[in-house]
Design a protein around this ligand. Structure first.
Ligand code: PLP
Ligand code: SF4
Length: 434
């Protein structure tokens, strides 16, 4: 299958586009000038139900929606576009709105960039002891863009690619020095947009470096959802699959961390064939998704998704809470609702699906999971725990936050029982003030 991109400049060529009202097309143009917009012929032809596009989860996942912007911002951009403002003005005004949308949440840029011999390794993050993230330069885009994505500054040219790294040698040198690292997670954007020979080069280099403490290579990717032909008909599909096989043949585990937001993405014959191809290399596929209002904020969607995944041989891994960035007002689910959706979905599936962990927030101190909502001596509270911590000693210790029906993110929470601060806060601020 030939890969055909649709974005702002050519989306009117989508064969099904006449199903949309003129108003909805205009909304796409207004919101798409601020938030990233890109989709492709697989998503358009095999995933979206065009007769029901207004409610369709995959349509909402890729096509900008009016309510993703504040009304005032929407009206401002709409006016500019209607008056045929020049491109530079539109870009400038869009950037002002983007800056208001918290484009760099959880200190992504400032706190996690490690150094090697005094030189900052941009393109690497090392936040948790065992796992290093690697952002290869050629993988800083995706086969389509999720409208909720928190990596969107990378796609909208807001700033230079601060997360990208070209050379695997520095990654390997860093790994050799850090014997606590057992996992490398290759991420993006989507690293599977890279050419097969580059993927092969990175994986082969990691294998040949023969690092005794390196056990697991993970690849975070949305390709199974957005372009499963990557493993079927792309001309270098076999090169990619072969590179995967080299990893498992070398005795390392290869975990393909697949990003699926809705069970619909698991239903096509195309994706099911791609899954078989990847699994045949000896790679394991684990799955993750944020919980998203307007896309998957119902327990039935999650239970069905996990069951379908397990049936196809995939292992449910994470349910995330949508980050405090971008169109969070549109996608955000309160922490109270998130836990309820998780609990209802989790109790409807058999133990084999309960490998999933969540709902969890990736924030500055770590990954914080909501264990539940409870009442202690008349005070309603959230029970929380770290599933990853900037200090690993924080992990798996239950702690309490005052219940709030409105809280959407960690920053909205206060300690329960009149405590001044959470148990980790002093240590956390020491880490950053040094
Ligand atoms: C989630 C995450 C990891 C991986 O954590 P695991 O618990 O091993 O899955 C590593 N680094 C960062 C920055 C993360 O957010
Ligand atoms: S696939 Fe991942 S990185 Fe790409 S747009 Fe979606 S969430 Fe963002």
């Amino acid at each position: 299958m030939r890969y055909q991109i649709y974005a702002l400049h050519n989306y009117r060529q989508i064969p099904q586009i006449d199903k949309l009202s003129e108003e909805d097309k205009f909304n796409i143009e207004v919101v798409g000038s601020v938030l990233p917009f890109k989709t492709n012929n697989y998503v358009v032809d095999e995933l979206i139900d065009w007769d029901n596009y207004k409610e369709d989860p995959i349509f909402i996942l890729n096509f900008p929606q009016k309510n993703m912007l504040d009304e005032a911002d929407f009206n401002h951009m709409a006016k500019l576009i209607k008056s045929n403002a020049d491109k530079a003005t539109i870009k400038e005004e869009a950037n002002i709105i983007r800056e208001k949308l918290n484009p760099h949440p959880a200190g992504q840029l400032e706190y996690n960039v490690p150094e090697l011999n005094g030189v900052k390794l941009t393109g690497v993050q090392h936040k948790y002891n065992e796992t290093m993230l690697f952002f290869p330069a050629q993988g800083q885009t995706c086969h389509a863009y999720c409208t909720f994505c928190f990596r969107w500054p990378q796609f909208t040219n807001m700033d230079e690619m601060k997360f990208a790294m070209k050379e695997i040698e520095s990654v390997i040198a860093y790994l050799k020095e850090h014997t606590e690292i057992t996992d490398v997670l290759i991420t993006g954007g989507d690293p599977m947009v890279m050419k097969g020979k580059i993927i092969d080069h990175y994986l082969t280099s990691l294998i040949e470096a023969n690092i005794p403490h390196l056990r697991n290579i993970r690849i975070g990717s949305k390709t199974l959802g957005f372009w499963p032909y990557r493993y079927l008909t792309d001309e270098d599909a076999e090169v990619v699959l072969n590179a995967f096989k080299k990893v498992t043949d070398a005795g390392l585990s290869l975990a393909f961390m697949a990003h699926f937001n809705h069970y619909r993405e698991l239903e096509t014959e195309t994706v099911q064939n791609a899954i078989k191809k990847i699994r045949a290399t000896g790679a394991q596929i684990r799955t993750q998704s944020p919980l998203l209002n307007n896309i998957n904020a119902k327990p039935e969607i999650w239970s069905k998704m996990w069951q379908k995944q397990v049936q196809l041989g995939l292992i449910p891994y994470y349910m995330f809470i949508a980050r405090d960035t971008g169109a969070q007002k549109y996608f955000g689910v309160t922490l109270a609702d998130a836990w309820e959706i998780f609990q209802k979905a989790y109790t409807r599936v058999s133990g084999i699906c309960r490998t999933v962990r969540g709902p969890s927030m990736s924030c500055t101190p770590g990954k914080v999971r909501i264990i539940g909502i409870t009442e202690v001596k008349g005070e309603k509270s959230f029970v929380l725990e770290f599933i990853q911590g900037r200090n690993s000693n924080w992990v798996a210790r239950p702690f309490f936050a005052k219940y709030s029906a409105k809280a959407l993110w960690m920053d909205d929470l206060k300690p329960a029982f009149n405590q001044e601060e959470f148990f980790f806060e002093e240590e956390l601020s020491d880490m950053f003030l040094g």
